[in-house]
Write a protein that binds this ligand. Sequence first.
Ligand code: PMP
Length: 449
Amino acid sequence: MATTARRSDELLQREDRALADVIKIRFYPFSAASARGMRMIDADGRSYLDMTGSGGVAQTGYGHPAVRDAIVQAVDRQHTAMLCCHSHPAATDLAERLCALLPGDFEKKAWFGTTGSDANDCLARLLPLATGRRRLVSFVGGYHGTTSGSAALSGHQAQAAVIGGGHVTKVPYPDPYRCLHGPCSRDGCSLKCLEHLERYALGAVSPAADTAAIVIEAVQSDGGEIVPPANFLPALRELCDRHGIWLVFDEVKVGLGRTGTMFAFERSGVVADAVTLGKPLGGGLPLSAVVGRRELLDVDTYSLFTLGGSPVPVAAGLATLDVIEAEGLVANAAAMGRRLLEGLEAIAGRSRLVGDVRGSGLILGVELVGDRVTREPAPVDAHRLVYRLFELGVLAIYSGLHGNVIELTPPLVITAAEVDEFLGVFERALADVEAGGFDDAKLAPYAGW
Ligand code: PMP
């Protein structure tokens, strides 16, 4: 046992001396060596069931042969290219494919970058230029990236230290469990937060006639896996239409099948003027996209990255879409998400720490509270729980504005047996944390977020 621990520990100590803290959010001492399907293997050969999907990236599971083959063939054919100056056909194929997937009866185009951040940065630049309106509205708790433009759109504590973005007004996200206006339910609510948006944001600080777009996640992920009430997005669309404001969805984490529909916003039946995609789009390689109205993407300026849309990530992206379609992963996300949600709800009924369980397909959140009546957040228990899961062979992280929501975003290839395996470990880890006696000294080196 002692030898097993040393290998990972040694690698982590070397990393600690060499790798900047500003790119780390760490929850436990894990050093990855390889990955296959739903499993990650650490530096000591120990296997873990990965319920993070690397932050909602590994849609087709790790090392899917079709994605791997597409990557290898693309490397052999042309290992790089600068799309901004030299056309290559695979980028056109992927652009056509994404435009065809996006609902809406209007002319569309696609743009390519490398990360979710740069896609949202592109939006932040283009929306005011395309509309002649200077301001944007987004939501408290939204995470849109760490470049200046995408951080300005964000309302998450991770970007709280960033200065700028005075032209972006942040409004409350509808959170049925922590509704400011209450009572609020998942099926429908009073829409008091939209009244706030219209009256105070668009009526005063961000005048409607000077507001280009409202940018939103259809399920708020890093903000705590919050699923808005069913009547919210249709009402938001109606409000946008009334004021001539575009409605733009950040689908970087919840798009490409994760919620049980290809785009997360589709469940609500509304149409998006544009979406951003990233994370799973490149099958694990850096690729992002903005897909939306032609007049947004043909604005007379530049928003480009030398490696945006280069051949290898694009080939991986086309293969990823093929696998999602051929293996019915959108339907699997819906079915496995339901199984996971029901299992978690049953566990919650036997637990004193779980205040809420929620999700849409394979993005789920388990919110931990110190008291189920006052709903006081329990972030330390969330950290203990993900650490205990790690000790028992499951990778998970926590999220949310209070740092108390266990986030589950596994690969969409997860099977019923793997869901059940996870539920068994989760119930045991939760019971261990609830029993008390967890050694908090183990958490000290891991600040999480
Ligand atoms: N948008 C959303 C909704 C995200 O969750 C994230 C990352 N967590 C981003 C954008 C930024 O993506 P990236 O880290 O690839 O820049």
